[in-house]
Design a protein around this ligand. Structure first.
Ligand code: PXL
Length: 283
């Protein structure tokens, strides 16, 4: 049996609302991968439309956390980063890369900061330059179209998109430094939505698409990024991992839509974990 893979997941923990670590930990664990978590902040809920959330910044703990892990001789097969609260936290994650990034492992960076053409309420546009610093050092970046535009210092365009625009974005994003780009929220018509993958070494572009469901569901980027990371850690190619992650995310949205749950409460990914486990294990 192959040695178990280990991921370091660096995100906030929002107690309610199914995003960041409350999504990354169960999904990556379900993929059979050991998941070490480095919480960047503790919130009562995420900041996406839920009023009155608490926010405990954990910046001071990040340095001691990583130095302790280093002293234990820990090694990671992937570093997966998401929501970071400040430019200082970006700097600390870059330090984390300095301590734990190797030629053999991968850094998956989701530049969580914006959606639907606007920055999340806790950020302003200048934060995009901070996220760009992290994307430069990543192996794979996983932005949505808003994050992609802001990383490139461009205006956001609403979909539907053209293949030409999507592929130009993929190439411009790769030129920031990450060899591989997975752009989410890609759709060309009202029928399908998914992710576009680009490998700047092979030049290959791949679209992982599923039936489009109308509406905005919170936390889907984190569900997608976590499922992608878990699948990659099981030896799946980027294309196959994107197919698995799109399928898992789309079914989670479909279940949530059927139940009529408040879209701010995140999606029902839990009921899809059984199928996800089978897919990552080729069953
Ligand atoms: O899902 C992205 C995310 C993660 N963490 C926090 C957030 C958001 C998006 O709003 O507010 C705290």
């Amino acid at each position: 049996m192959e040695p178990q893979k280990r991921v370091a997941a660096i995100h906030d923990i929002s107690g309610f609302g199914r995003c960041s670590l409350t999504v990354a930990l169960p999904i990556i664990s379900a993929a059979g991968v050991e998941t070490a978590i480095l919480p960047t902040a503790a919130l009562s809920t995420h900041t996406g439309g839920l009023e009155g959330y608490t926010y405990r910044d954990l910046t001071e703990d990040i340095g001691p956390f990583m130095r302790h892990w280093k002293s234990l001789g820990l090694k990671f097969d992937a570093i997966y980063t998401g929501f970071l609260g400040s430019s200082e936290q970006v700097g600390l994650v870059l330090e984390f890369f300095g301590l734990f990034k190797t030629v053999g492992n991968i850094a998956v960076v989701d530049p969580v900061m914006a959606d639907n053409g606007v920055m999340y309420s806790v950020f302003d546009r200048s934060f995009a330059a901070e996220m760009r610093r992290l994307c430069e050092k990543a192996d794979i970046i996983v932005p949505n179209f808003t994050e992609a535009a802001f990383l490139l210092d461009e205006e956001y365009h609403e979909g539907p998109y053209t293949k030409e625009y999507t592929e130009k974005m993929l190439k411009n994003l790769a030129s920031l430094g990450a060899g591989k780009v997975v752009l989410t929220g890609v759709y060309f018509d009202g029928e399908k939505l998914g992710a576009a993958c680009y490998d700047s070494v092979s030049g290959g572009i791949y679209y992982a698409m599923a039936e489009k469901i109308d509406g905005f569901y919170h936390g889907t980027g984190d569900v997608f990024g976590s499922a992608l990371t878990g699948a990659l850690m099981n030896g799946k190619t980027l294309e196959k991992a994107a197919d698995i992650a799109v399928n898992f995310t789309q079914k989670s949205i479909a279940r949530t839509k059927k139940a009529g749950t408040d879209t701010r409460f995140g999606v029902n990914f839990e009921k899809g974990l059984g199928d996800y486990i089978k897919l990552v294990n080729n069953e």
